[in-house]
Design a binder for this molecule. Sequence first.
Ligand code: GDP
Ligand code: MG
Length: 175
Amino acid sequence: MGEEGEEYLFKIVIIGDSAVGKSNLLSRYARNEFDLHSKATIGVEFQTQCVDIDGKEVKAQIWDTAGQERFRAVTSAYYRGAFGALLVYDISRRSTFESIARWLDELKIHCDTTVARMLVGNKCDLENIRDVSTEEGKNLAEAEGLFFMETSALDATNVKTAFEMVIREIFNNVS
Ligand code: GDP
Ligand code: MG
């Protein structure tokens, strides 16, 4: 890849337990929107974002679940062809952090090892009811070889940075 005029199109999936903020991370990144009362059943299939990397136009096709994760029924079609993944938990709900191991297994089953993976501790605005320390997130990421970032879809902290680190890593992997 990397020829003149070459098109870069990267599929990225967002996974994690229900209500951790996956859909809001995507709407914050793609449209700068946040919804306090978002419904798990309402989900777009994907959003495409264009990003300039080293003067090249990269299209990131970012996939969101339509709430299937509630039934542990995210299908292999969802993962197919993914170059990157955001594994999201909610820093105010420990059970969602404990689920990350299962989401990592899912990812390993469906995608090959070169997938760029980022662990995302979302809702970092909820510091007063934090249930998972930053250190724990960092340690898990280090142990599993993931990038790590704490984000807030509500106040937009690190949202763009998280997506664009994954996009850049994919770009580095393929070019
Ligand atoms: P999903 O099921 O993982 O797609 O989660 P949603 O994006 O639908 O969000 C679930 C709930 O968490 C909604 O009520 C959101 O408003 C809320 N939420 C999402 N992100 C944040 C965040 O960064 N901070 C706070 N405080 N709430 C959030
Ligand atoms: Mg959702």
